[in-house]
Design a protein around this ligand. Structure first.
Ligand code: ADP
Ligand code: MG
Length: 327
């Protein structure tokens, strides 16, 4: 199969049309209309085989995830996704692989009415770069830099599950990976968190009404909250036992792994935000109606730095290997 047949295959799988695409996929560049009073938000993320996902990840999952990580960035800005571009670097012209990949990508694109308006295809080590575009009302996009001392820090879902999924894949023998497909076990939940992250678009739109800052957790809670704190010129205290997912992971894997995964695991694609404490009850009720729990995990402080407290209130320290108890 040649390059153009592969492109046609991708276009056929991702055939979603939008009225605001004025010049669509197939020309030298696409042209899109921006709604009055809105800004265009643009982000891009690359997934490299063996680095961002295990080499034997199913192509459907790689397709889904390559779009999901980008939609998650738009969600963190409070944007409504609209368009995507797909730059694919493929080791070979494997049409079955490309069809399955495009199907996973299209499954998520359809859920959020995202049109594939262009891309690039070349030969090389398996690498996927997606660019996502979306809209937010003028001046209303959420940023990392708005956190204020006294704000409550919230997360919009369980943390550390994807890291548990990756741990499961790298420690379980090949044979026991199969047979999980139809089970609703915890393991399947962890693997789904790793392979099929859900970008929190609706939650990002809700946060636009309440949050002073927001970010999606992709590199681990500690690192990503750290970005918010630095860019806002503030610090924070957070309570480890309040982090949703921590207790369950502790029970299954012990506290040391659970601490590492909820603070440093990454690949969560859960939104973290700060908001004034007097908006919290209203925000939580709105989130409940959207079927997602908004969980407070700590507070923003004027004093810089991130302090993580365990169940007894003692602080944990960051060492080279990750977060650990003070000796
Ligand atoms: P050019 O040589 O002008 O860059 P290409 O031959 O690379 O154009 O691509 C032809 C058309 O197909 C373009 O509209 C491009 O956006 C689209 N395209 C190429 N690769 C992909 C892809 N992987 N996914 C979606 N669209 C693609
Ligand atoms: Mg051209």
């Amino acid at each position: 199969m040649n390059e153009f047949a592969l492109i046609d295959l991708i276009k056929a799988e991702c055939a979603l049309q939008r009225a605001d695409v004025r010049i669509g996929n197939g020309d030298d560049a696409a042209a899109v209309a921006i709604p009055d009073g809105h800004e265009l938000l643009v982000c891009t993320d690359t997934l490299v085989a063996g680095r961002h996902f295990p080499m034997d990840t199913r192509p459907e999952d790689i397709g889904w995830k390559s779009l999901a990580v980008n939609l998650s960035d738009l969600a963190a800005m409070g944007a409504t996704p609209a368009f995507a571009l797909l730059a694919l670097c493929l080791p070979s012209a494997d049409s079955d692989w490309v069809r399955a990949f495009a199907r996973g990508f299209a499954d998520l694109a359809r859920l959020h009415d995202v049109a594939l308006i262009g891309g690039d295809t070349s030969r090389g080590p398996l690498t996927i770069t997606v660019t996502a575009l979306g809209f937010a009302p003028h001046g209303r996009a959420l940023k990392r830099s708005g956190a204020r001392p006294g704000d409550t820090i919230v997360v919009c879902g369980d943390i550390g599950l994807a890291a548990a999924g990756l741990h499961h894949l790298t420690t379980m023998p090949e044979r026991s990976r199969d047979g999980l497909d139809d089970s609703k076990s915890s393991m399947q939940r962890w693997l789904d968190a790793l392979n099929r992250p859900t970008p929190q678009i609706e939650q990002g739109l809700l946060l636009r009404h309440y949050a002073t800052s927001a970010i999606d957790i992709s590199d681990g809670l500690a690192a990503d909250l750290g970005h918010v704190l630095r860019q806002s010129g503030v610090g924070a205290d957070i309570q480890l036992p309040s982090i949703p997912g921590f207790e369950a992971l502790s029970q299954s894997f012990g506290a040391d792994l659970a601490i590492r995964w909820v603070l440093c695991g990454g690949d969560d694609y859960v939104l973290l935000a700060t908001l004034s404490p007097d908006r919290f009850d209203e925000a939580r009720a709105a989130f409940q109606r959207s079927g997602v729990m908004l969980t407070p995990i700590g507070n923003v402080t004027a004093a810089p730095g991130l302090r993580v407290h365990d169940i007894r209130g003692s602080a944990l320290a960051l060492d080279k290997a990750g977060w650990d108890h003070f000796a």
